[in-house]
Write a protein that binds this ligand. Structure first.
Ligand SMILES: [Zn+2]
Length: 572
């Protein structure tokens, strides 16, 4: 490709709303353009990288005997009603009506469609196991689309589904995916971990996440020396409940003007935040309920959803809270409330004389005690487990790293086949629901994750496997002899099947170098002054510099050797 014909507009300035390095760099370097919040166009550079990621994922899927299909994005509501997820999926689902008023969704995932597909096609145990997958756009109406392609509303995902007549057979396919996903991570050049995970809206039993390390990631991975690793959405809190043996004091209502957070209350009353109990209101399938957690802990929504088996749960808005309970959000509390279900974290069992909101603006209750002052309907593990908490396996303090979830595999079991009546005939002529697995991989997100791990102050540093070009040839001027050699080298390398960009633009060498670094092409061949001594300069994006003979065969051989040694994680 000649740069003069290539559509790759780079920007000097970062876009104002870019909030992570990958978003800033992918926009500045001309890989993506934002159309709306969480909706992007992929420019030629971005499209090239995506195609390479897709090819790696496809090869690994084909290697384990999975079959590629392509399902529609527009999905009829009926199928989602059969599985129960039309109402259950929550506000992330984009819904629309056709001209006849019939309901559809822009598919956030495809379990319903694939189950419907096989309903009349897979009839016998003799046809099993079968794995189907696709790579297609998905839609999720994220409440806060951000971080560029890392949390977009429209994105490309590989989703696969397997059908089995036994749990043993499902386990074989599940393990094959574990291996395939590890290979994908390695091939795209990412440092990663595989962790035990929550199954989110999918349901089912065993589940693992593949998480690429990145400081800007939204997943927290908890580790232990004993080998345990889990997503913080999933890790149970196994600390002992500390029973406070203070005498119960008399409950009092105190004036606490203008406090907003638990920390404000603690500061205002001059007590430790451990004396506070936070009250949160959630809205689920069956209306509102209260969740209570200690003041110094965060509530884990995934645990709450799992405990209530209600994926539609959302945090009530301040307006909803005010309308239903008549108090601003910072003054909620369980004392004196009637007709609302109260779920509390186990740790509160051990607390004495604590502080809760007064259910009236600018007031709190102090010296509150469970049972005496309010009832708890259910106790549960509701808190986010974090760094320093005990490992659920061995009890040692956990370590934490941040990461970006790219792959997620689940053993679904019969959840969808049961709900949708999708059955096969077993050996004894009995009709049984399929045992299913499902396997997701974020294709467009992978592009963002790689940039989060591989960049410097000059720009992106692509691994060879997914770089848009392996090599850029940079003649430093339009001088005829320089251009002649650059052209000859370009034709030669192209003929050898190398992916080369020839920077034939009529701009300064400095600008050419800056763009090459920003785009992140692994090898830059500079055709400049050194040509007078019969040499060209080759610079790796990781910083290593070489001067070699200006001979097309020798340059080609040098590039082959460089490819075997290039590691984007190892800078010179
Ligand atoms: Zn451990």
């Amino acid at each position: 490709m000649r740069y003069s014909q290539f559509y790759a507009p780079t920007l000097k300035e970062a876009p104002g709303d870019a909030d992570v390095p990958s978003q800033e760099l992918l926009i500045r370097a001309g890989f993506i353009r934002k159309i709306a919040a969480g909706v992007y166009t992929y420019l030629p550079l971005g499209r090239k990288v995506l195609l390479k990621i897709e090819r790696i994922v496809r090869e690994e899927m084909d290697n384990i005997g999975a079959n590629e299909i392509l399902m529609p994005i527009v999905q009829p509501a009926e199928l989602w009603k059969q599985s129960g997820r039309w109402d259950d999926y929550g506000p992330e689902m984009m819904k629309l009506k056709d001209r006849h008023g019939r309901d559809f969704t822009l598919g956030p995932t495809h379990e319903e469609l694939v189950t419907f597909l096989v309903q009349n096609e897979l009839n016998s145990y003799r046809q099993l196991p079968i794995t189907l997958y696709q790579m297609a756009n998905k839609y999720r109406d994220e409440i806060r689309p951000r971080f560029g392609v890392l949390r977009a509303r429209e994105f490309i995902m590989k989703d696969g589904y397997s059908f089995h007549d036994s749990w043993e057979s499902l386990d074989e396919t599940y393990q094959a995916h574990r291996r395939a996903y590890s290979r994908i991570m390695e091939r795209v050049g990412l440092e990663y971990a595989m962790v035990e995970a929550s199954s989110g809206t999918i349901g089912g039993n065993e589940s693992h996440e593949f998480v690429a390390f990145a400081d800007t990631g939204e997943s927290n991975i908890l580790f232990c020396d004993c080998g345990y690793a889990g997503s913080d959405e999933r890790v149970p809190y196994k600390g002992e409940i500390k029973y406070d043996d203070d005498e119960m004091k008399g409950i009092e209502r105190v004036y606490t003007p203008n406090v907003k957070t638990a920390q404000d209350v603690a500061d205002f009353l001059n007590v430790s935040i451990r004396k506070i109990v936070k009250t949160l209101i959630y809205k689920g399938r069956n209306g509102y309920f209260m969740a209570l957690v200690p003041g110094d802990r965060e509530l884990n929504e995934e645990k709450l959803k799992a405990f209530l088996d209600d994926q539609s749960l959302v945090f009530a808005t301040p307006e909803e809270i005010f309308e239903n309970f008549g108090v601003p959000i910072g003054f909620l509390g369980p004392v004196g409330t009637k007709g609302i279900r109260i779920i509390a974290d186990h740790m509160i069992k051990g607390m004495r004389n604590f502080i809760v909101g007064g259910m009236e603006k600018d007031y709190h209750f102090v010296n509150v005690n469970v049972d005496r002052d309010f009832r708890v309907d259910e106790w549960a593990d509701l808190v986010v487990t974090t760094k320093g908490d005990p490992c659920p396996v061995c009890g040692k303090p956990l370590n934490m790293k941040r990461g970006i979830e790219l792959g997620h595999i689940f053993k679904l079991g019969t959840k969808y086949s049961q709900a949708m009546g999708t059955k096969y005939m077993d050996k004894d002529g009995q009709l049984k629901p399929f045992i299913m697995g499902c396997y997701g991989w974020g294709v467009s997100r992978t592009m963002g994750a790689v940039v989060e791990q591989l960049y410097d102050e000059k720009g992106i540093i692509w691994p060879l496997s997914i770089a848009p070009f392996t090599t850029i040839i940079t003649p430093v001027s339009n001088n005829e002899s320089l251009m002649n050699f650059a052209e000859k080298l370009y034709e030669f390398l192209n003929g050898k099947g190398e992916e080369v960009l020839l920077d034939d633009r009529n701009i300064s060498p400095g600008m050419k170098f800056n763009d090459a670094d920003l785009i992140g092409i692994p090898f830059r061949i500079t055709v400049g002054k050194a040509l007078n001594e019969g040499k060209v300069e080759i610079k790796w994006r990781t910083g290593q510099q070489y001067k070699i003979e200006a001979d097309v065969e020798k340059i080609y051989a040098f590039l082959q050797d460089s490819k075997s040694k290039y590691n984007p994680h190892n800078k010179a």
